[in-house]
Design a protein around this ligand. Structure first.
Ligand code: PLP
Length: 406
């Protein structure tokens, strides 16, 4: 069904994203059926398209909000305050003021704890907040790295007495997020275990009962055939067992896991039309309607690999994951193959999607399709470049209905 829809959309639009609800739905089911007693929070920054949000937030999923606007998107969709967790560095007094009554603010620094306390005092309330902790034990089990995120575990403990003096805040939970796109089940298991230990330590240090632990994200997506998919059944069982023990000792405890990419990455594709074709000094260039300004990730890959020949270059999420983090497919009736370089129409030589690749022979009016474009794609691409039109974001519901966002 989707392929037919894409072909007909290509007659109307030059560049667009297509998000497939049935795929989002099966990812949600995979998580929710395997992780018992865990509530998932959708990291809206991965893809805040309104149709994507409408659907995900109707599925018993809360929100990991990275900005005031994302908090508002969740609030407008009726998400409960406890399940809108606003966690980002550098919140201003205005950010706190605008959100303190409608979400759970997760403080990212010692200054911010004081700022929330001051704001709550002015609003005549006691704010129930979380704190983001940079634990002493890092993701790999080594000692922690310096981080712009959260408060170092030891620093928090050193300041505990003065934090306890603050009358207008109550710390009700902790949040940890150290890594995205992890495909090693053993690393994730160790990570979750370390967090449970951290939670127990914090529960002892704080005078009141904690009501949540937010494990952050980590659950990775198998981008291609060489990636081994995470065994969610095994991981889910492991976490569920950890959680049962925790819940037995801590009444009314909510366990959250955040995820952006797992829900939407593979559910999205990017499509762009061939608008010109030329040969220069023996090289065949296929000019697409929008490359870097529609979907930046391939250009980032080109750029990174041009500086660093190592095809296992360090991931730089969410801009660069690794080589071959998506597949490029020629949408054409032709069966002949041709070696081409895919470029865009921007006035910069960096506007390259792929160099010297073998694809089915493309002609003007055909298209290319890129997989794994549902997360960190439209949101991180510089669409204001050259004042060209933005690609549409098209949402295909499970019943075949098509919703289009400009
Ligand atoms: C971006 C982000 C996530 C989502 O990461 P994914 O790899 O997309 O699942 C989760 N938590 C925090 C704090 C984030 O900043």
């Amino acid at each position: 069904m989707i392929n037919k829809i894409i072909n007909s959309l290509l007659n109307q639009y030059n560049s667009f994203y297509v998000y497939d609800e049935s795929k989002i739905s099966s990812s949600i089911k995979n998580l929710q059926s395997n992780f018992k007693n865990v509530t998932f929070l959708y990291s809206a920054k991965a893809n805040p398209d309104s149709n994507v949000l409408d659907y995900i937030l109707s599925q018993n999923i809360g929100v990991d909000a990275a900005s005031v606007n994302e908090v508002l998107m969740a609030e407008q969709r009726g998400i409960d305050k406890a399940q809108i967790q606003y966690s980002a560095p550098g919140k201003t007094k205005k950010d706190i003021n605008d959100t303190i009554k409608i979400c759970t603010i997760v403080a990212d620094s010692l200054n911010e704890i004081e700022l929330i306390n001051e704001t709550a005092h002015q609003q005549n309330m006691i704010a129930q907040i979380g704190v983001r902790i940079n634990p002493c034990v890092g993701f790999d089990g080594n000692s922690a790295a310096a981080s712009k995120f959260g408060i170092d575990e030891n620093q928090f403990i050193q300041n505990l007495n003065s934090i306890k003096q603050l009358k207008n805040i109550k710390i009700i939970g902790i949040h940890i997020h150290l890594k995205s796109q992890e495909l090693s089940i053993n690393s994730l298991k160790r990570y979750y275990e370390n967090q449970v230990a951290l939670f127990n330590k914090f529960q002892q240090l704080l005078d009141n009962q904690l009501t949540f632990i937010n494990f952050g994200s980590g659950i990775g997506v198998a981008y291609n055939k060489n990636d081994e998919e995470l065994d969610l059944k095994e991981l889910g069982e492991f976490v569920s067992n950890l959680v049962v023990d925790l819940a037995a000792k801590n009444e009314n405890l909510n366990i959250y896991i955040e995820t952006g990419r797992y829900l939407v990455c593979a559910a999205g594709v990017y499509v762009s039309k061939v608008v010109d074709k030329k040969v220069s000094n023996g090289e065949t260039f296929v000019v697409l309607a929008s490359t870097l300004n529609g979907f930046i990730r391939p250009s980032m890959q080109q750029l990174i690999l041009s500086y660093c020949m190592d095809t296992n270059a360090m991931p730089s999420e969410p801009f660069f994951t690794k080589t071959d983090a998506y597949e490029i497919v020629a949408l054409t009736k032709s069966v002949q193959m041709q070696k081409v370089t895919l470029v865009g129409s921007l006035c910069t030589a960096l506007d390259v999607m792929a160099k010297d690749i073998e694809l089915k022979k493309l002609d003007i009016g055909d298209g290319i399709l890129i997989t794994n474009a549902g997360s960190y794609a439209a949101v991180i691409s510089p669409m204001q470049f050259a004042s060209l039109n933005k690609p549409r974001q098209i949402y295909v519901k499970t019943n075949g209905e098509i919703l289009i966002n400009e």
